[in-house]
Design a protein around this ligand. Structure first.
Ligand code: GRF
Length: 200
């Protein structure tokens, strides 16, 4: 069984869905570490409650993104991490980090990529008036929200929706989709060929 780490900067509701799915033995990998760049992230509280190791490093203690990421890599090596699952990790990864874990990092984005990239995917889609938005799980490459798409789930925007009600359904869709994709990923079943992903 391979080890994986979840990286989270905030609430950690996706982390929680992964923890719960793991408890039900639906993920054939070991969540060996939850890493955060924010010591106050609620995700860390969730991890500790579930008895999962946590680690935090603060970017302000490092001179550059590359140096910070090299320190993160040291932590990952200590925990023998094979795969990395980003779940609300609000920091761009450096080129060196992506190279060290090529095709070993996935992320979840709350819109149907390649539309509505960036930190406000739900609101941007809502403001654009789209009738369908959703969630995307993708490989992580240097450019933000640009890696090969692994899985998507559509969410309809209803006439009476507000950003808040839409966000609620988007998060529900995330929590349904992400744990199953994490399982495929840590089981080595996701193969990448340029912009195409196949599940073997
Ligand atoms: C999610 O909407 C995810 O798509 C985005 O950040 C949010 C994290 O939420 N990348 P949570 O911390 O998992 O609750």
């Amino acid at each position: 069984m391979k080890n994986f780490a979840v990286f989270a900067s905030g609430n950690g509701s996706n982390l929680q869905a992964i923890i719960d799915s793991g408890k039900e033995r639906k993920i054939k990998g070991k969540l060996a570490l939850v890493f955060s760049d924010k010591a106050e992230a609620f995700a860390l509280t969730r991890a500790k409650k579930a008895g999962i190791h946590t680690a935090t490093l603060s970017p302000k203690d490092f001179p550059s993104r590359e140096v910070f990421d090299q320190a993160v890599i040291k932590v990952l090596r200590a925990y023998k991490i094979d795969y990395i699952v980003l779940a609300g990790y609000m920091r761009l990864l450096s080129a060196g980090f992506i190279k060290a874990y090529k095709n070993k990092i996935i992320n979840i984005h709350p819109a149907l990529l390649p539309s509505f990239k960036g930190a406000h995917g739900i609101k941007d889609a809502f403001d654009a008036g789209v009738k369908v938005t959703g969630v995307t799980v993708h490989m992580v490459v240097e450019e933000m929200d640009a890696g090969a798409i692994i899985a998507q789930r559509a969410v309809e925007v209803k006439p009476k929706d507000t950003v808040e009600t839409l966000a609620k359904r988007i998060h529900q869709a995330e929590h349904e989709l992400y744990p199953s994709v994490v399982n495929l990923f840590v089981s080595g079943k996701i193969k990448v060929n340029k912009s195409r992903v196949t599940i073997v």
